[in-house]
Every structure is written in C-alpha cells, then in structure tokens.
Design a protein around this ligand. Sequence first.
Ligand code: G3I
Length: 330
Amino acid sequence: LSLASLADFPIGAAVPADPWPNSLMQSPQRQALMEQHFDSLTAENAMKMAYLQPAPGEFEFSHADALVSYAKANDMIVHGHALVWHTQTAKWMDEHPGPAHEITQIMDNHVRTVAGHYAGKITSWDVVNEAFTDDNPSEYRETLWYNNIGPGYIERAFRLAHQAAPQADLYYNDYDISGMIGPAKLDRVLEMIDDFLARGVPIHGLGFQMHIDTEKPSLEDIRESFAKAVARGIKVRISELDIAVNQSEQYQHLTPEVAQLQRQRYRDVARVYLETVPAKLRGGITLWGLTDSDSWIPGFKERADWPLLFDADFQPKPALEGFAQGLRGS
Ligand code: G3I
C-alpha cells in the first residue's frame, strides 16, 4: 500500500527537522514511512519565523534546507509553512519596540528572503496563517503584524511572496473553518479572499487545517465548507489533518472500537474531499505528523490521544486503511 499512489493530488505529512529529537533526518523509520506513502512534505516547525530568522537579519536555513533536499532526492514536493504567523515568531521580533515602519520592514524582509531562498524549490506556501479570531471572526486577530502594519499586512505578504516566488501557489491557512464552530469564520476568510481576487492580489488557495475529531464537524458541514471555497475557483488543501479521539479523556489507550471509528472518519474525510473538490482545484491533503507519538496534541492539550495514521512503533493503524479506502473512493 502506498497512499500517494492512490491519489492524483499530493499526499503529504508534516515532519520535524534537526535539531528536534524526532527529526526526519535522524530517523530511518520515519523516512521509510515518508518514502512509502507520501509525495509531499511540510516542515512541522522548521520553516517558521523563529527558526529561520533567529536574530535580526540573520537567516538560518540549514535545517529546513536539509528537508528540502531530502524531498527532492525522493521525488516529493514541499509545501512551505508559514511565512507570516503570530506564533513562533522570534523573541527579538516580539520584543522589537517598533516603530511601525520597522515592523513592516521586518515582515517584508522575512517574506522576501524566505520566499526568495526557496523560489523554484517550494511548490506552495502558507503565506499568512490564522489571521482571524474564533470568538469574533469579523475581527482580525491582534498580532504583532496586525497591530503595527494594520489589516493590509495580509495583502502585503501575498504580494511580496508572489514577487519573490512567482511560481509558487500561495495559500491563506486557518483552523476551524470546516464547520467546527459554525460558518462565520470561514465566511470572513472568504470575504477577504473575494476581495483579493477582485483586486488582483495574488492568492491561489485556501488551506483548511482540519484538526478535527471523530464527531465534529459533520460531513455535511465539511462538504459545505469545501464547496464555498471551490465556488471561488481557488485551490483547496487539507493542510494539517489529524483526527483526535480522546477529547473527553475517557481512554487510557486506543481501543479497537475507537480505532474503527477513526478509520471510518479518515475514510469519510478523504471521500468528501474527492467528491467536493474538482481535480484541478485539489491542492492535496497533508497529515499533521507521522506517528501518534509525534503529534502536537498530547503536549498541547495535556492529554493522551492517538490522532494519526501510524502508532508510536511506526505500525499502520486502521486509520491508514480507512484513509486509503477514502482515496480510492470506496
Ligand atoms: O524549541 C523549544 C525547546 O527549546 C523547548 O525546550 C521546548 C519545551 O517546551 O519547547 C520547544 O518549542 C516547542 C516547539 O513546538 C518546537 O518543538 C513549543 O514548546 C511547542 O509549543 C511547539 O509546538 C508547535 C505548535 O505548532 C506551536 O504553536 C507544534 O510542534 C506544531 O505541531 C504546531 O503546529 C501548528 C501549525 O503550525 C499551525 N496550525 C496549528 C498546528 C497545531 O498547533
């Protein structure tokens, strides 16, 4: 079984780079899984601002470059994550006193340098990540970038990225826009995208992170959310897929019953993607990690969970077969 061979669009995974302890570069088991199943690779952390520009104007590309070389050597494309985000910015950026025009310069320089460094090597970018709030999606999230540059920072980042990497597909990326919390946040994102398209701001797609669980959102909500993006003629990626099973913390381990629920859920998500997004708009599906022990969820949510396709021993879970069934359309 090879997931990538079942799909006519990229199937990817987010992976750690050096110097993280579970780095792909140090792990023959993870490399074996990547090479068997995936034709797209995303750095889970290594291409974020803090790591690429640890000191003002000093860029450190070596760890991210190693992932890009690995991908090239193994016929995988690379999706870049993320040029502008409010989390995992460098400490010196957060502490920069301003004035606003210097913060603008910092963002401009970062986007130009990073997108330029990887021009021709990275197929697509998350240009801006998570710019809207959850509780009041009509509001932009108040971040270092928004507070200093104003709402125009998003458009600015897309224009700069396009200048520096004219061949790359440029995505806006966000979470809880596939129905998890109602349609308001997605509608706000699409309002921005409509405006960009109308004014010729270079944007090519929308990334639905989809950190979801076995219950929410409903398949109908997912379908409807994808359809709204498709109606704009933009590409749709599932950019950070994982399916949590232990939100209420009732399990100490993954039971066979829950593993089957998860299997079905992976199948359904893949199927809805295939049914709703026409071939030419499929930007691909990326899993947010390889093994359950790599997942961000236990650390972040402080609970056990088993959200991915492989277990801590690199063995396939029923979820893998479910996802494969979905990709086959069966
Ligand atoms: O690098 C430090 C290390 O020096 C320190 O000893 C250690 C102690 O906690 O922390 C390390 O930093 C961690 C970093 O990952 C690198 O491993 C942070 O604590 C940890 O919070 C951070 O988590 C990442 C998270 O983004 C940050 O918000 C996750 O690995 C990563 O999977 C997650 O990914 C995000 C996407 O970028 C955007 N969408 C949501 C998704 C899940 O949260």
